[in-house]
Design a protein around this ligand. Structure first.
Ligand code: PLP
Length: 409
């Protein structure tokens, strides 16, 4: 019965062009990557899909730091942080991260997590008790939504970036604790939350602002210090979650906040307490990653990434203007996430397949990851791309757009 039930649902997904498939990367994460699928021989693809925005995932200094960390601290942590898994490497990384956020959150302390998904579940379940209400942007990342659903606190969602609705929800709220939760850079659209306006609302209504900076940490602001720094915000009301597997190129995540909040997470956050600490070598490598990101090499990589973003947007704008019949549109995004909204699931898949045939790997993102009717190609750029790589993508898209327009005519 179970297997029949699941097979029926799998067939339904297939019919709606919603079935997802994995590929196997045969080489490190990089723009030019060998990839295999369905038992076919590996092909070299030009990929525009990773969140490795600075191209650090295969940086020799990080690979070396990971090896050094394993020599010093061993392969595994052996237990959770509250038993004997909390190593000097984790503690030192947390000090570095607290220092990183100190200009934006006075007295901040930091807590390292195995993944951003777990950090968000931890934050929302530990802070969102029966005394609190959670206010969330409708386009927040799945991990924030899941955390809010698991929390005891009631959840109020407001339409994407609609602060007027949020304000009226806050006005009506009667719980003593109010938590506003937002992606800083929305993961499937690339647009920014209006963090200064959100913080102003938090101050007016005595609320707290939880910022998920998965796509801003390492990329935005001076030295890549993230979205809070980009907007030059400073407040004790800010609770910051940054992930370390994207621009930082390694893995894990952290929360930086008022010391009492960190203390409470250590006492009460089940996704923190009941899991084995990440290998200490990962934390050790992350310290090297922070040094790279904050230094001259980070600056060079961010400047190059910014150039590529400008080039891609200019070229895509011209391309879409040349093919109005397709009805594709861009998002008002200034970040490395540059989606092309196509709309229909099957057309989006066909477009991704047409690019695939040209050796270009751009993921088709479909519901439920994005709202129905907004299936898209999610193009992401990395500082490891070259200007020629971007040109190849645009040429490939132009060919696919020409073919699809011909098919429509
Ligand atoms: C990737 C992502 C996460 C999850 O982080 P992981 O470390 O990959 O688990 C959380 N929030 C946002 C907005 C993300 O894009």
């Amino acid at each position: 019965m179970l297997i029949e039930h699941l097979n029926r649902q799998l067939r339904e997904r297939e019919a709606q062009a919603l079935k997802r498939q994995r590929r196997v990367a045969e080489s490190p994460c990089a723009p030019h990557q060998r990839v295999s699928r369905d038992g076919q021989p590996a092909r070299e693809m030009l990929a525009f899909c990773s969140n490795d925005y600075l191209g650090l995932a295969h940086h020799p200094a990080l690979i070396q730091a990971l090896a050094d960390g394993a020599q010093r601290f061993g392969a595994g942590s052996g237990a959770s942080h509250l038993i004997n898994g909390h190593s000097r490497a984790h503690a030192a990384l947390e000090d570095d991260l607290a220092h990183w956020l100190a200009p934006c959150i006075p007295e901040a302390q930091a807590l390292y997590f195995c993944t951003g998904y777990m950090a968000n579940l931890a934050l929302l379940t530990a802070l969102g008790d029966a005394h609190a209400t959670i206010f969330a942007d409708k386009l927040n990342h799945a991990s924030l939504i899941d955390g809010a659903l698991l929390a005891k606190a009631p959840l109020q969602r407001y339409p994407h970036r609609n602060l007027a609705t949020l304000e009226s929800q806050l006005t009506r709220c009667t719980t003593p604790i109010k938590l506003i939760v937002t992606d800083a850079v929305f993961s499937m659209d690339g647009d920014l939350a209006d963090l200064p306006a959100l913080l102003a609302l938090a101050e007016r209504f005595d609320a707290w602002l939880i910022v998920d900076d998965a796509h801003g940490f390492g990329v935005l602001g001076a030295q890549g210090r993230g979205s809070l720094s980009h907007f030059e915000l400073k407040s004790e009301r800010l609770i910051y979650m940054g992930t370390l597997g994207k621009a930082a190129g390694v893995g894990g995540a952290f929360v930086a906040a008022h010391p009492t909040i960190i203390d409470w997470l250590v006492q009460a956050a089940r996704p923190y307490i009941y899991t084995t600490a990440a290998p200490p070598a990962v934390a050790h490598a992350l310290r090297e990653s922070l040094r790279l990101m904050a230094g001259a090499e980070g600056d060079r990589r961010r400047a190059h990434l910014q150039q590529l973003i400008g080039q891609l947007r200019t070229q895509l704008t011209a391309l879409l203007a040349a093919h109005p019949a397709l009805g594709w549109r861009l998002v008002d995004s200034s970040t490395a996430i540059q989606p092309i909204i196509v709309g229909d699931n099957a057309v989006t898949l066909a477009l991704a397949a047409a690019l695939d045939a040209q050796g270009l790997w751009v993921p088709a993102i479909r519901p439920p990851t994005v709202p129905a009717g907004t299936a898209r190609l999610r193009i992401t750029l990395s500082a490891a791309h070259s200007s020629d790589d971007v040109q190849r993508l645009v040429d490939g898209l132009a060919r696919a757009a020409g073919d699809l327009t011909g098919a429509l005519a």
